[in-house]
Design a protein around this ligand. Sequence first.
Ligand SMILES: NC(=O)c1ccc[n+]([C@@H]2O[C@H](COP(=O)([O-])OP(=O)(O)OC[C@H]3O[C@@H](n4cnc5c(N)ncnc54)[C@H](O)[C@@H]3O)[C@@H](O)[C@H]2O)c1
Length: 336
Amino acid sequence: MTKVGVIGIGFMGRTHLEVYRKRRDAKVVAVADLVRERREGRTAIAGNIAGAAKEGFDFRKVTKYAEPMDLVGDPEVELVDVCLPTPLHVEVALAALRRGKHVLVEKPLARTARDADRLARAAAKAKGLSMCAMCMRFWPGWTWLKESIDRKSYGRVLAAQFRRATNHPGGAFYSSGEQCGGAILDLHIHDTDFVQHCFGVPKAVSSRGYSSRTSAIDHVVTHYVYDDVPLVVAEGSWAMTAGFGFQMQYAVNFERATAVFDLAAAKPLTLHERGKKARAVAIPPGMGYDHEIAYFLDCIRTRRRPKTVTLADAATSVRIVEAEARSIATGRPVRV
Ligand SMILES: NC(=O)c1ccc[n+]([C@@H]2O[C@H](COP(=O)([O-])OP(=O)(O)OC[C@H]3O[C@@H](n4cnc5c(N)ncnc54)[C@H](O)[C@@H]3O)[C@@H](O)[C@H]2O)c1
């Protein structure tokens, strides 16, 4: 049983609390949030993925802190789960690692690649285990895709196209390009990271995009350049008009099949294999959040360093996103 402290009880903090609530191998013993109503569980939470942040967690039995560092110093807490706004991730995670705790950090790992590298370097030497919550690496349907690519089940990948689009989430944090980094860092990094997971670090990126709701890039399309995969493209946006909802999808062309998945559509993950009838692919229940936390708790229980995503991988994803932003600014491809 791992004793957990969750810091930042907003959309993601509530989502993680809901995951821990259902688990037998973890117990949340402390929460921290500057806002009293939040640390006492008295605010309703809305986010972009329906059903993620529910309100079933019982706040009565946990120690409540206003200051993140007070939770980090709580001797009962073994795993510090950082769900704070992005610019606060690094200092809190570093403090937790210094105290020998295990650390789960929400994505993006840090506001800048430089800070992300600093944290990844410290984590590599720390006694506690650490992981960045890059949830797409654990998301049912996306894990099937990664396995199919690795096993070459339908031949090589000829083209992979990812898309994530929504209307702007609102609120002070997501309205500040300085704080959240715009959709390119906050939202699109999910696809950048999944592209890295499937195909490795691209040689270069060629991106186009624009700002709308923040001073940073809020809608981006990137071509990730590889020698061995002809076409890898991802689009990320929170510049859609209110009411658009949330789309998270992929279409991948293998040599012998096309796989299509759209989380928002009523259709299942569908495989169109050459010479066969289109078929639905069965995927496990749950969301990436459930599976990433289950995986990290298992790593802690068995004292294994996480492999599915390392802090170095998460830092690399921030670096690739920064290259994408430079490509937009210069209008040229940028080597990664
Ligand atoms: N994995 C995903 O799919 C996903 C989805 C949404 C957000 N996120 C990430 O999670 C992080 C948090 O996002 P969110 O949507 O939950 O934000 P949020 O604004 O809903 O929640 C942040 C919480 O942190 C608290 N807080 C802010 N500064 C604090 C401080 N100094 N000390 C203590 N508490 C403080 C706020 O009061 C708030 O309750 C961001 O890095 C975001 O990118 C990840």
